[in-house]
Ligand binder design. Structure first.
Ligand SMILES: CC(C)(COP(=O)(O)OP(=O)(O)OC[C@H]1O[C@@H](n2cnc3c(N)ncnc32)[C@H](O)[C@@H]1OP(=O)(O)O)[C@@H](O)C(=O)NCCC(=O)NCCS
Length: 175
């Protein structure tokens, strides 16, 4: 049975031992880097939810989420001034920041079940009301894109929660 357990002193070492395949390394940061990013965000007052994904007692993956990102420090001014961003700006949202299943455990349905649980968790609106859940993925990451679409995520054309470029695209799910 798949469960999400908060990353803590007891399981963080297991989490950093989980890795994707060599070919997937561009799709997601290493878990140790993700936990450092969580620390940095939290030290700036941002909420972060970092969960180990367990199948029964076995750690099989990792998912990290946040709330209402603050774009004030964003360096890509051209994007902040663009119409697609202006139409998005001001909307409250939760976001899935990092998500992975270790290479040994992929293709067994764990990712799907973990994502279902993560969305259920975000629907409880742990930081207050929001309109959307957002995320982004590499354009070549067909497995992730299909999985997100199967939960109702779509790629909006009228506005964008994240900077789009030739490599990465964002998708949203209405809460
Ligand atoms: C994306 C990821 C989390 C999916 O986890 P998973 O446990 O392997 O996925 P599941 O076994 O639950 O399968 C989910 C769906 O993807 C399909 N799938 C999984 N691996 C696949 C593969 N290698 N090729 C084709 N389809 C695949 C499954 O068939 C299933 O589809 P279905 O619901 O239509 O049957 C995992 O592949 C991963 O960690 N990838 C590398 C990191 C990454 O890309 N993270 C997302 C960043 S945005």
């Amino acid at each position: 049975m798949i469960q999400l357990k908060k990353v803590d002193w007891d399981n963080y070492e297991d989490v950093i031992k989980l890795h994707v395949t060599k070919e997937q390394e561009d799709f997601v940061a290493d878990n140790d880097a993700s936990l450092i990013h969580a620390f940095l965000a939290m030290s700036e007052g941002e909420p972060v939810f970092a969960f180990a994904i367990y199948n029964d007692d076995t750690p099989v993956g990792f998912i990290q989420m946040g709330y209402d990102d603050d774009w004030s420090g964003e360096e890509r001014k051209d994007w902040l001034e663009s119409d697609v961003f202006k139409k998005w700006d001001g909307k409250k949202y939760y976001f899935i920041w990092r998500f992975m299943i270790d290479k040994k455990y992929q293709g067994k349905g764990y990712g799907k079940e973990a994502l279902r649980k993560a969305i259920e968790f975000l629907k409880t609106e742990p930081c207050g009301k929001a309109e959307y859940i957002t995320l982004s993925y590499e354009r070549t990451n067909e497995v992730a894109r299909k999985l997100y679409f199967s939960f109702g995520f779509y790629e909006p054309t009228e506005f964008a929660p994240y900077y789009h470029d030739e490599d990465e695209i964002s998708a949203i799910l209405k809460l």
